[in-house]
Design a protein around this ligand. Structure first.
Ligand SMILES: Cc1ncc(COP(=O)(O)O)c(C=O)c1O
Length: 423
């Protein structure tokens, strides 16, 4: 089927949840994707933060080939060696004690919410005073299932599905006074992203996360950190919270964990884990032998190729180059992020949309989030030359369009639609 045929069929038989860009990718190599016409695209999005090792990495291919010959699925009713080995690695990397494996980010988050409620119930049964309320943060994004949307701030993700899970209150982003005012013994958990992803690559402040840690410790409530986008090396450390001097009680991860195969995990302290016992939570597919084998290979490769250092190095360079660009182009109002989780915020949504679309025309994939924010989530193997290429493209697009956008008349939307918000 060619692209036009696929589009026509999808328009009839798929639920309309995505407005796709009109490109059919057929293969990938390193940091590049290749479409059906053989055109190469520099990928600064990596399947929304998933393809950390890029495309065609032999470690991923070999792990898939070898494990798929042995065993793909067995269910969680039997043992296989993958979960034990992967959990050992993740607990060591995170400083947490236990792991539960899921298939996706949102499922890891649901597990975290359930564990927090169950833990509060356990504490109540032991005579402590603890309620069932969650404190989430404005501009948060935690996924698309019902608990996740209930704790996701943007109304457009949540309100069409009302009534969602009750008992969630939102605290203003990085507003310590608001956090203190809304916190009480009614709260069973405070929910944060160390760096908000969909919310526009916004790092939590040291003070906010430290106060959240202190308040929760006092009452026995849990601090839950969503590392689904920021975790597993993207910021130059295994976990973004490791840039701060805190250890959460629960951490969720997913996107890059299994090299593109679906796998998520909830990591927790021994204390929180006391609240779960057999039968309380589960999954048919989560933590299967194939996904776990690939995840172990991904983690080993990140270690062997010293990719955390590489992410820091190239991320620092990328950040500096974006700052330079911001000096030249007043349309860039802020540059944010850590490692290879970066953003350039523009002064208008219209311009951000156009820039993303024109980057796609120049065969560079980026993404726009929170209307005005250009988001960069490239594979960890990105090189400085790739950064230079992207910066030069951004420079020429901003030079060509900034005056036009700043004027009264704006150009019609580009056909390519590269600025569509996805995530
Ligand atoms: C911070 C965060 N949490 C949760 C999710 C949901 O993950 P998934 O799409 O795998 O369910 C995402 C996805 O973008 C995310 O960025």
């Amino acid at each position: 089927m060619n692209l036009e045929e696929i589009k026509a069929i999808e328009a009839k038989v798929l639920l309309p949840t995505y407005e796709r860009n009109p490109i059919r990718f057929v293969s990938g190599e390193g940091v590049h994707l290749i479409d059906e016409k053989g055109e190469r695209y520099l990928d600064l999005l990596s399947g929304i933060g998933v393809n950390a090792l890029g495309y065609g990495h032999p470690a991923v291919e070999n792990a898939i080939a070898e494990q798929s010959k042995k065993l793909i699925h067995i269910s969680n009713l039997f043992f296989h060696e993958g979960q034990a080995e992967l959990a050992l690695r993740l607990t060591e990397m995170s400083g947490l004690d236990r792991a539960f494996f899921s298939n996706s980010g949102t499922e890891a988050w649901e597990a975290a919410l359930k564990l927090a409620r169950a833990h509060a119930g356990l504490l109540r049964s032991e005579g402590r005073t603890l309620g069932t309320k969650f404190l989430a943060v404005e501009n948060s994004f935690h996924g698309r299932t019902m608990g996740s949307v209930a704790t996701t701030h943007k109304a457009k993700y949540r309100e069409p599905f009302d009534p969602v899970m009750p008992g969630v209150e939102f605290v203003k982003f990085n507003d310590v006074a608001d956090l203190k005012a809304k916190f009480s013994s009614d709260v069973c958990a405070v929910l944060v992203e160390a760096i908000q992803g969909e919310g526009g690559i916004r790092p939590v402040s040291r003070e906010f996360i430290a106060v959240a840690r202190e308040l929760t410790r006092e009452t026995g409530a849990l601090l839950i950190c969503d590392e689904i986008q920021a975790g597993l090396g993207r910021t130059g450390k295994w976990f973004a919270y490791q840039h701060y001097d805190v250890r959460p009680d629960i951490v969720t991860i997913a996107k890059p964990l299994a090299g593109g195969l679906p796998l998520g995990a909830m990591l927790s302290t021994e204390e929180a884990a006391r609240a779960f016992h057999p039968g309380m939570h589960g999954t048919t597919f989560g933590g299967g032998p194939l996904a776990c084998a690939v995840a172990i290979a991904v983690i080993e490769t990140i270690e062997k190729e010293r990719l955390l250092d590489h992410v820091t190095l190239v991320g620092t360079y990328f950040h500096a180059m974006l700052n330079q660009l911001a000096e030249k182009h007043p349309a860039i109002v802020d540059v944010r992020g850590m490692g290879l989780m970066l953003a350039a915020e523009l002064d208008s949504a219209e311009l951000a949309k156009q820039v993303a679309a024109e980057m796609l025309e120049k065969r560079i994939l980026i993404n726009r989030t929170s209307e005005t924010v250009l988001r960069f989530l490239p594979p960890f193997i990105l090189g400085k030359d790739d950064v230079d290429h992207a910066i030069a493209a951004l420079d020429s697009i901003l030079s060509a369009h900034a005056p036009e956008i700043a004027g009264v008349a704006s150009t019609p939307e580009k056909q390519m639609g590269g600025g569509k918000q996805i995530g």
